[in-house]
Design a protein around this ligand. Sequence first.
Ligand code: SF4
Ligand code: SF4
Length: 335
Amino acid sequence: MKQTVAFEPHAKNVFFHILTQCNLACRHCYINPKQHGNLSLDIGTICKWLDAFSGQDSASNVIFLGGEPTMHPDLDKAIRHARATGYKSITVDTNGYCFHDILDKTDPGEVDVFSFSLDGPTPEVNDPLRGKGSFETCTKNLQKAVARGFGISLIYTVSSGNLNYLDQMPERLAQWGVQRFFIQVIGLRGNAASGNTDLTQLTRSQWNDVVPYVAERAARLGIETTYPKVFLDPGESFECAGKVAENFFIFPNGRVYRCPLCEDYPIHSLAFENDTLKPVPGLQEDRFFELSIPEGCVMNKLIQPGNMEYDKNGDPLYKVACCLLKERVSHPHQP
Ligand code: SF4
Ligand code: SF4
């Protein structure tokens, strides 16, 4: 069963980059030190910033990110603080190195999901993209996390460098015991935006021909699979998550964005000042969310205009969806 995942208006999703350092140097890395700095937040600050989004009127979910969040020596304390202050779900996105014995220092009652990033079904595909030895380390720790009883998901970032191997992933995931599969699209952010990589985004037909088919196959193996919608079907209405959902992308230099496509620019709409979250005045991302254009997402049109195609009258052939709008494929026998 395929369904478009609607934006949840009363759920806050807090994507918390607690540091920007990482042991790897992936070719498509989206961290941009010029914009995001190179700080590692101390545990006191992490807890105060978590408190700014917890409790009261709506349920909050937190996703701890980096850099590599497990390089932070106090990640376990941050997880416990989030749990104690009412966060509805806690996810850790890791490159698989799982530093500071994080799989032993936490348990499945504290972390809902460890989400592992892997970009190929074999070391030969994955390691040239993510780093030598990363396949072996990631899959070893992934299987350890499965054995410890954690919820496990896997993120595969599709680019021209690994598109042809995506269809080998469903069987590997089933073999490893992965429950959820996120197929991500390489974006024009970080290395890709600065021209530091030769990897390219997929064309519309490459995406439509391959990704839904692989998602369906994974779902038939019992793995719930999610991928960005990217292109809206005719008649589907466009919504900007910056207007209708509550997503917060926090960076350790205090910037807080509502839209991930804006993260390479100093147009964050919120910022922490002395540990208090404040709106940033002026021409910031929230002003772009209000614009209505026939192409759909305004930020896509501004920074990734190559995603668009037009007819001979100059009208767009389709709308590009919000980058946060997802399709989810699952089968009824799944738990
Ligand atoms: S693991 Fe993440 S933060 Fe580290 S280099 Fe790769 S994409 Fe960047
Ligand atoms: S990706 Fe586009 S539609 Fe989504 S929040 Fe950003 S500007 Fe809005």
